[in-house]
Design a protein around this ligand. Structure first.
Ligand SMILES: NC(=O)c1ccc[n+]([C@@H]2O[C@H](COP(=O)([O-])OP(=O)(O)OC[C@H]3O[C@@H](n4cnc5c(N)ncnc54)[C@H](OP(=O)(O)O)[C@@H]3O)[C@@H](O)[C@H]2O)c1
Length: 245
């Protein structure tokens, strides 16, 4: 049973129940991991950082700022006992990272990555025909991948107030229950969530990241923006979608 961040555990044979926050493994200790991890720790989630250098001073400082229950481990170990796994590594590192993490069966995997590259115009462009999220889901079919947080800057993840107003985190995924769970987490972190359909739509969310990066790539950071998607805007009549001819 999962409700708003609390997992009710029934201790085998005793009938004793215990509420606890789910354990969240954050893979990668860079800008995204370093922004989300401390905030999740502050909300009471035990955070386990999956790092290539779990014993480094840098990672120790991150752990120290992430609540009493947090710790760091090598990536493959960090996911043991984790209910939710956040993939916050560069796209170029995802193949090796997934190999190290194993199957992740039964876990919710939040994919923050973007399969992007820099093109000749010094702009970001998609590096794959589908999306990082779909490719990741194929690699870990027993996990429920939810695309989230991929088109918002790490500075806004760390402090949503820097977004200058409401910020929407669109979610794509094939497992409705996993999306509902991630939506609650997104809202606990101070964002609005919006279900934008199946995981196949992650390719459009990764396209939103291409656009998000334009002000940064072109040196016009005064034009940097955040996504806020207002809902309730459909006309008040029956709305028919005609299939494409
Ligand atoms: N930065 C943003 O504002 C932002 C926003 C939305 C989405 N994203 C996406 O989120 C992902 C993480 O971005 P980030 O900005 O946090 O990246 P980052 O600052 O470069 O940090 C990535 C972390 O991944 C780990 N890692 C594992 N294998 C690696 C490898 N081969 N090379 C480098 N690092 C490796 C490292 O942690 P350890 O050294 O502890 O292993 C590293 O600190 C990316 O896919 C990015 O596209 C970023």
């Amino acid at each position: 049973m999962v409700t708003l961040g609390l997992t009710t555990l029934i201790t085998a044979g005793t009938g004793v129940t215990e509420d606890r926050r789910e354990t969240i493994a954050v893979i990668g200790t860079g800008r995204v991991g370093g922004a989300l991890g401390p905030r999740l720790g502050a909300l009471g989630y035990p955070v386990i950082y999956g790092s290539r250098t779990p014993g480094s001073d840098r990672v120790a400082a991150l752990v120290a700022g992430s609540g009493e229950q947090s710790r760091a481990a090598l990536p493959g170990e960090s996911v043991n006992g984790a209910d939710i796994v956040i993939l916050a590594v560069p796209w170029q590192a995802i193949d090796a990272t997934l190999t190290g993490l194993g199957a992740l069966d039964g876990k919710i995997v939040i994919d923050v990555t973007n399969a992007l590259r820099v093109n000749e115009q010094r702009m970001m462009e998609m590096a794959v025909a589908t999306s990082a999220a779909e490719i990741i889901q194929q690699r870990i079919p027993g996990a429920s991948v939810v695309k989230a947080f991929n088109a918002v800057g790490s500075h806004v993840m760390a402090d949503p107030a820097t977004g200058g107003g409401p910020v929407t985190i669109p979610l794509a995924g094939n497992d409705a229950a996993a999306k509902t769970r991630v939506a609650a987490l997104v809202e606990e972190l101070g964002f609005e969530s919006l279900d934008v359909g199946p995981l196949g739509n992650a390719r459009y969310l990764e396209g939103m990241a291409v656009l998000y990066m334009v002000p940064y790539m072109s040196g016009r950071t005064d034009e940097a923006f955040e996504y806020y998607l207002r809902t309730g805007t459909a006309p008040k009549r029956d709305f028919e979608v005609r299939p494409a001819e």
